[in-house]
Design a binder for this molecule. Structure first.
Ligand SMILES: C[S@@+](CC[C@H](N)C(=O)[O-])C[C@H]1O[C@@H](n2cnc3c(N)ncnc32)[C@H](O)[C@@H]1O
Length: 222
């Protein structure tokens, strides 16, 4: 087997993306576990996770690393956030905001065994309802598939440290089905430009239709 490091905490085993399992023996969404040279790796499915898709499609940098604190907006049942939890490790923390009760029930089970994931059953628009629990974070990850996702990101940017990064999956169809995706993305960039610079953007349509994955850097208070 050949293990190649992609980013801190992110590897490829024989070209398959994976992270090192923080909770040995535990699989979150049916992904395979591979034991190799004393480490247990979890395969990371790009069809289930937009971050995995972006990495496989050439993401240039990932500021989320061991010890990072991450505010995760739209954690759903914990697929991607559990891999983020592997990356940040036991010294880091992933604050998982999720609005759906059904998804939250599944997410609770994941957070129960992963002590660096904190479930927050709230609307990500209501930042004051969880800001005291979260404090200031190193990075934001947003995948809420909501029409007002630009506004949701701006509200939460107050919790991001200056020069911190935000990783955002934008589904053009969730914002406006009738509009050309390019126009949707342009409107998004114009709006979040009040706080963020765009570092890179990757079309991840090969794995998830009509999705753009963008890396932003907080450069202004807004
Ligand atoms: C596409 S799914 C996220 C998938 C997840 N990021 C992953 O890769 O494992 C979008 C999630 O955002 C949640 N969501 C939508 N609007 C939200 C809001 N205003 N606040 C919090 N969560 C929200 C939905 O309930 C859904 O679970």
């Amino acid at each position: 087997m050949e293990v190649e490091k992609v980013f801190d905490g992110v590897f490829k085993i024989d070209s398959r993306l994976c992270t090192v399992n923080l909770v040995k023996g535990s699989s979150v969404y049916g992904e395979d576990l591979i034991n190799y040279r004393g480490r247990e790796y979890r395969l990371w499915n790009p069809y289930r996770s937009k971050l995995a898709a972006a990495i496989l499609l050439g993401l240039n940098g990932l500021a989320i690393k061991e010890g990072s604190t991450v505010l995760y907006l739209g954690a759903a049942t914990g697929t991607t956030s559990s891999h983020v939890s592997d990356i940040v490790g036991s010294k880091g923390m992933v604050y998982c905001v999720e609005i759906s009760e059904r998804n939250m029930r599944e997410l609770f089970k994941v957070c129960d065994v992963r002590h660096n994931m904190l479930p927050i059953y709230k609307d990500a628009r209501d930042v004051p309802s969880y800001s005291a629990d979260v404090g200031t974070v190193d990075a934001i990850y947003q995948d809420v598939a909501a029409r007002d996702q630009d506004d949701i990101l701006l509200r939460n940017s107050a919790l991001l440290k200056m020069s911190g990064h935000a990783y955002v999956a934008i589904k053009s169809q969730s914002i406006d089905v009738s509009m050309d995706p390019k126009e949707v993305y342009k409107n998004f960039f114009d709006k979040v430009g009040a706080v963020f610079d765009v570092i890179e953007s990757i079309d991840i349509g090969r794995y998830d239709k009509k999705h753009l994955f963008v890396t932003l850097k907080k450069t202004r208070k807004g």
